[in-house]
Design a protein around this ligand. Sequence first.
Ligand SMILES: Nc1ncnc2c1ncn2[C@@H]1O[C@H](COP(=O)(O)OP(=O)(O)OP(=O)(O)O)[C@@H](O)[C@H]1O
Length: 261
Amino acid sequence: MADQAGLLTCQGLSVHYGTRLVLDGVSVAFASGRLTALMGPNGCGKSTLLKAVMGIVRSQGIVTLGGAPVRSIPRRALATRIAWLPQDNHCPDYLTLAELVALGGYARERFLRGTSDADQRRFAQALRTVGLFDQARQQVNTLSGGQRQRAWIAMILAQDTGVVLLDEPVNHLDLRYQYAVLELIHALAAQHGKTVVCVLHDLNLAAAFADDVVLMQSGVVFAQGATRSVLTQANVQAVFDQPVDMLEWNGRQVCVPRRCA
Ligand SMILES: Nc1ncnc2c1ncn2[C@@H]1O[C@H](COP(=O)(O)OP(=O)(O)OP(=O)(O)O)[C@@H](O)[C@H]1O
């Protein structure tokens, strides 16, 4: 049974940027132990939904975690329960990889105590997991785009929260690391019981790794549920305005876009 403490819900969530409504009454539930892919065309509101959950943008509606309104949770406590990896991440030039990952443990540090041995072990393990342990002393700005992306993922792992929100975490990654990182993200849900929400553009990666899909269009939820029931030819064509074939291969759905010309 899903852990209710990790249940993240949005009820009637709306966001305006200025006078423009970009999220229109979104109601979704993200269960623990499951990897949910948040999908939809560019500009449909995926990042805005994650920002609204984190309270980064002003919203109407209610977000709850474990039944309690997220707004009622103090920011520092929230950082021990929800980790959010935005789409574009920047850090000061001088920061090393080890220092970046250690930032993930900041919310748990106790006043004047610094980091514990257990924290240090967790940071080292996070770096090993993303294959960057040997680069720990290297400055983040000297890493390649893909290595940098893995460094940020290590920071999120070091934060060790029950809920993990990832905005396009496999951007810039080569084929091997797309799969390695998504295996890892899937394991966070499947083996560690975390609630994992991941913005993905690649339908085939979603079909391979996601338990559930929330498919958005123009600020609303077009379909949500088990991956297989959401990633249908009709849904995909309607939302992306692109003819596709959905094939079955090795018990998995494969999306093949059709060339129109
Ligand atoms: N700070 C902002 N001010 C004004 N409009 C914004 C702002 N941030 C996003 N928008 C607009 O809100 C809409 C939703 O943006 P959002 O970034 O949530 O989309 P998305 O689904 O994550 O897109 P993508 O797949 O391209 O990352 C877009 O039309 C975008 O231009």
